[in-house]
Unconditional design. Structure first.
Length: 439
């Protein structure tokens, strides 16, 4: 047992706290992802590619809105200096959520029909009416998770992920058998978020709701203090999620609902095992990085580079599996309706490799350089959109457009990696200057 623990410690690196948090999140994510992936061969026979296209459209809208609905306060809470400051920030996040949610609900009510046309939704689709519920649940989940990250113990976050997966799978199957069409997948997806929030509240998260300050004057003062950081983080988040969801968004605009459904399913298959590691590493890495960036940036640099190397090795077998997708995807999910889905997974491989290697650890916000990451991601997003549109307008098949965009997104990750190292170098210099001044 001792040898096994030593091997595990050497494999993932980092501090004892990092390894403990990683194990808690990774084990829960493993069960959650196995549950989700195991149900897909059944769901692909209960729901059509068009139904999965509806789910992909919903997740696109929810993800984009969640990128700004809280002002990304959940990115600031882990860096709070005290529990009382974290509580005040949590209250500010709730206030921003309430304000923006009112605006979004008004827009959805007034522009319901035009949005249905743009998103290619059927008349019986409940997507736009369900969106506010999913947004509120998702926002609460993000804020509560950030409070657990601040506390440095992520066990309950792992349990919430597991509950989310179980609820989503069970309800998807149930609603699929009663023939609720595409709305069943969306309803189950939202129910999973609600279940995760309940678990986080039961595990101690309810305490933060009681201590959060909801005082207008105090909230306005806090907002002014963090205004620049909120704006930079929000803009970065919007660009980042737009980059992540860019292929789905572009497929909705340029290709059929069937292709959107194909991509939605294979992207879900690919990101499920990826999420097993990246989500655990991201939250665990952030917990340590927020501390090391202020105390020992040299150690953070070593930790960062070693993490990237380990993730690069992890990415190799995944890349092989993704590239072979055309040979097994039709067999697993049904050759009749899912014959072209494998080529889409093969085409998106470069982007998925970049996601594995760089997305869990490249957090420039810990250096106060969120605006640098914003520039990198915005540049990548613009070039990716242009590349996809050019290929699509030339009449090429969807997998060709996806491959071009995927390569551009990988290049964007490489650019962010270089910028992250530069930010670390500056932080090391700043620490040395402060030490010399004290002497």
């Amino acid at each position: 047992m001792k040898n096994i623990l030593q091997f595990f410690s050497g494999l993932i690196g980092g501090s004892d706290r990092f390894r403990s948090n990683f194990l808690k999140i990774a084990s829960a994510n493993a069960l959650a992802q196995i549950i989700g992936v195991a149900s897909l061969p059944v769901l692909s026979r209960l729901y059509s590619p068009e139904d999965f296209g509806v789910l992909a459209t919903y997740t696109l809208m929810q993800s984009i809105i969640l990128s700004f609905i809280t002002g990304r306060i959940e990115w600031i809470i882990p860096n709070a200096k005290s529990r009382s400051q974290a509580s005040r920030l949590f209250g500010l996040g709730l206030a921003i959520l309430a304000l923006i949610m009112c605006v979004i609900s008004f827009v959805l009510l007034i522009f319901n029909e035009p949005l249905m046309v743009i998103l290619k939704l059927q008349e019986n689709s409940l997507l736009l009416w369900l969106l506010p519920v999913g947004i509120i649940a998702g926002a609460f989940q993000l804020l509560l998770q950030s409070y657990y990250v601040f506390g440095g113990n992520l066990g309950q976050v792992g349990y919430s992920k597991l509950a989310q997966a179980l609820i989503t799978m069970a309800l998807s199957l149930l609603l699929g058998f009663v023939a609720l069409i595409g709305n069943g997948l969306v309803l189950a997806y939202i129910a999973g978020f609600i279940g995760a929030v309940v678990v986080l509240l039961l595990g101690g998260g309810a305490g933060i709701l009681k201590t959060s300050t909801i005082n207008f004057r105090r909230l306005m003062r806090l907002f002014r203090i963090y205004f620049r950081q909120i704006m930079a983080s929000t803009m970065l988040s919007i660009v980042n999620i737009s980059m992540t969801m860019s292929i789905t968004m572009l497929l909705i605009l340029f290709y059929s609902s069937q292709i959107v459904g194909w991509y939605g399913l294979v992207f879900r298959i690919a990101t499920a095992p990826i999420g097993l590691f990246t989500a655990a590493i991201a939250q665990s890495f952030w917990t340590d990085a927020a501390i090391l960036a202020k105390t020992d940036p040299k150690a953070l640099r070593i930790f960062y580079i070693s993490s990237v190397k380990r993730l690069s090795l992890l990415a190799l077998p995944f890349a092989v599996v993704f590239l072979l997708a055309p040979f097994y995807i039709p067999f697993i999910f049904g050759a009749k309706e899912w014959s072209g889905a494998g080529h889409l997974l093969m085409a998106v491989t470069p982007y998925l490799v970049g996601m594995i290697i760089f997305s869990p650890t490249t957090h420039l916000i810990v250096y106060g350089k969120a605006h640098w990451q914003l520039v990198c991601d915005l540049l990548t997003f613009v070039i990716a959109v242009i590349g996809f549109a050019m290929v699509a307008n030339l009449g090429q098949e969807a997998w060709v457009a996806i491959a071009v965009t995927s390569i551009i997104l990988l290049a964007g990750y490489l650019l962010r990696f270089v910028v992250h190292l530069h930010a670390n170098s500056l932080q090391i210099k700043n620490i040395l200057i402060k030490v010399s001044v004290k002497r």
